[in-house]
Design a protein around this ligand. Sequence first.
Ligand code: ADP
Ligand code: MG
Length: 187
Amino acid sequence: MTFKRVRHQLYRQWRTLLLEDNAIRRYNPAKFKSLTFSINFKERPKPMAIQRTFSIIKPDATRRNITGKIIAKLEDAGLRVVASKRVKWEKADAEKFYAVHAERPFFNDLVAFMTSGPVVLQVLEGENAIALNRETMGATNPEEAAEGTIRKEFAESLEANSVHGSDSEENAAIEIAQCFTEAEIVG
Ligand code: ADP
Ligand code: MG
């Protein structure tokens, strides 16, 4: 509801209360209460949105058999795995996934790395899941990652940094759609 409309409604309510001949008799505290409630309700901070995000456990982590440790960190952070599969990516899969980085000098190495072993693809769900997953992962460069994050604890290098996580709602939707059908996601 727009501000103008709220203001108009308030004005009408007050006019009803104050101007009618029998204003006192008709004054209805319950009605008044519901009006103030609806105003407070509008000003309440919005509850956090339940989101889905896309996660990859990268080949450096599958090679070292630490997928369980990584998933435990994600779950401890409040994220829920609602879809999961372990696959070996073809070159074309990795190139498509990282197309946004196609012009970057590390692109070919990144594609080679992402196809060097199995990956675990996951859809994670939770309140504010996109930011929460990124926070739990830590900075791209493990040397800059905060204590307790997945990358700080497990990453081998800037490239072999153990996990991927979507960086926006738009990219989460694109990445999930590349790797899962709706029927494979069970929330
Ligand atoms: P993030 O995974 O944190 O979103 P980016 O989207 O910038 O980071 O990069 C995608 C992935 O490419 C990184 O996770 C990492 O594996 C690799 N990468 C990023 N920057 C470099 C770099 N300078 N040299 C080598 N690999 C890199
Ligand atoms: Mg990224």
